[in-house]
Design a protein around this ligand. Structure first.
Ligand SMILES: Cc1cc2nc3c(=O)[nH]c(=O)nc-3n(C[C@H](O)[C@H](O)[C@H](O)COP(=O)(O)OP(=O)(O)OC[C@H]3O[C@@H](n4cnc5c(N)ncnc54)[C@H](O)[C@@H]3O)c2cc1C
Length: 416
């Protein structure tokens, strides 16, 4: 069923009784050409692009829980392409371009809202670093504008300019950045993949891999064995747990990241604001709630639930940046489990096992990557060669000394 204005009118006049489920409740078959493990944003986008762009057939997505229950439905919804290293920037700009046409491609209202992303600078060297990053963005075809203090004040007059411990010195503004409704992205890709024949199988946990003579020929699941010629794993925070079942040890740690939403306020924030002197970022949802977050909980965990010290730390960041936030009540909060790689950049690559492919290491920035990650992973699985924008996201870059360390933090997953 395609969604359009006529359909809304028709359903409105007939008591909304004719809407169909967005995707079928598929039963697992005995074998497939391609299995994607993990029904998050990246797994669903991969299945969609496999069917739509790379003309693959007999595809299944296996999800241990429900669609939208992982990080794809838990993030703070920010999209942007404001990276400096060329290994990253081309890829994230490709992603932003796919976001820009996503609603049309999927025939689904994912609420893509290019309301802008502002990174604040609080010291002169930080402003210089933003100038350099902005130039790198422009060289890669992205948009970027360096703002002075007055430029920032015009956009966000409510920030703490005059009495702050870390005064604002300017900012880097990406107008095409913004927000997208996170769970709609999962539903939109699931529906679009289903419409192209992909079986989306929920409540189906992968519990092992069938590997013989270095070739992966299928998976064991809580709903029985399923064979496949090719298997792509995109399980985000569960990456190290899942690939342990294939005998692999990943250069990655799992940590909790929390998100927070305040009570609804009148429209205040135009776009996304990130604090440059602490770890805090905030936007305002269409319902009026301030949606914000900060640092990861600083120890390894597979939990989807956060701890109180980070709540205090994030709220401190918010109050020092925009003191008025102290008057708003916190309405709800939750945690997700993020796959922190050693250099802060992702992996989209074949493994050393034939037929087994891996996508992960998205840290806390993988939502904005969803369309490009799906596209590039689908291309790799379908053609066995990488997309040009993702060719550096190799698994062996750590042993080859070719890290993609955007932040310059070294091998410290908890600092990226
Ligand atoms: C609080 C928070 C805020 C964030 N904010 C942002 C942001 O503003 N911008 C941004 O770009 N990124 C953000 N991120 C990061 C982003 O959400 C993730 O990087 C991205 O969603 C990960 O990819 P995914 O959607 O495929 O993951 P998920 O949705 O987690 O998908 C993985 C799926 O694999 C399934 N799975 C696991 N094990 C198995 C198994 N054995 N068998 C079958 N299925 C399995 C899981 O149930 C899950 O559904 C944030 C993350 C969090 C937690």
């Amino acid at each position: 069923m395609r969604y359009n204005a006529l359909q809304i009118l028709k359903q409105g006049l007939t008591g909304h009784k004719g809407w169909k489920p967005a995707w079928r409740k598929a039963e697992p078959k005995f074998d497939y050409d391609i299995i994607i493990v993990g029904g998050g944003g990246h797994g669903l986008a991969t299945a969609y692009y496999l069917a739509e762009k790379f003309e693959q057939k007999r595809i299944a997505v296996l999800e241990k829980g429900w669609i939208g229950g992982g990080n794809v439905g838990r993030n703070t919804t920010i999209i942007r392409s404001n990276y400096m290293l060329h290994e990253n920037e081309g890829f994230y700009e490709f992603s932003l371009r796919l976001w820009e046409k996503q609603e049309k491609d999927l025939n689904y209202n994912t609420m893509v809202s290019q309301r802008g992303v502002l990174n604040l600078a609080h010291t002169d060297p930080q402003r210089d670093a933003y100038a350099r990053r902005g130039n790198a963005m422009i060289l890669n075809g992205a948009d970027a504008k360096l703002l002075d203090v007055e430029g920032v004040r015009k956009l966000c007059p409510f920030l703490n300019f005059d009495n702050a411990r870390f005064p604002i010195r300017g900012g880097l503004w990406q107008k095409r950045g913004g927000t997208v409704r996170h769970d709609a992205v999962a539903w939109g890709y699931a529906r679009a993949a289903d419409m192209r024949g992909v079986d989306i199988i929920e409540n189906c946990e992968v519990t092992g891999f069938a590997i013989q003579s270095g070739i992966c020929t299928g998976v064991q699941t809580t709903r029985g064995q399923i064979k496949a010629k090719k298997i792509g794993v995109a399980v985000a925070g569960s990456s190290s747990k899942v690939l342990t079942m294939a005998g692999m040890r990943l250069p990655m740690e799992s940590h909790v990241l929390q998100a927070f939403v305040s009570e609804g306020l009148k429209p205040t924030l135009q776009g996304v604001i990130t604090y440059g002197a602490g770890h805090f970022y905030v936007s305002q949802s269409d319902k009026g709630g301030l949606v914000f977050g900060g640092d990861i909980d600083g120890y390894n965990s597979y939990a989807q639930r956060g701890n109180l010290p980070v709540v205090e730390d994030v709220c401190e960041g918010g109050v020092s940046l925009m003191p008025m936030i102290g008057k708003a009540r916190l309405l709800r909060m939750w945690g997700g489990n993020v796959d922190m790689s050693m250099d802060g950049s992702p992996i989209i690559d074949k493994t050393h096992i034939d037929g087994l492919y891996f996508n992960g290491g998205w840290c806390y920035g993988g939502f904005k990557a969803t369309p490009a990650s799906g596209y590039c992973f689908a291309e790799l699985i379908a053609t066995d060669s990488p997309n040009d924008t993702a060719k550096n996201f190799r698994m062996d870059r750590f042993s080859r000394g070719l890290m993609i360390d955007e932040k310059g933090q070294g091998c410290q997953p908890n600092l990226h």
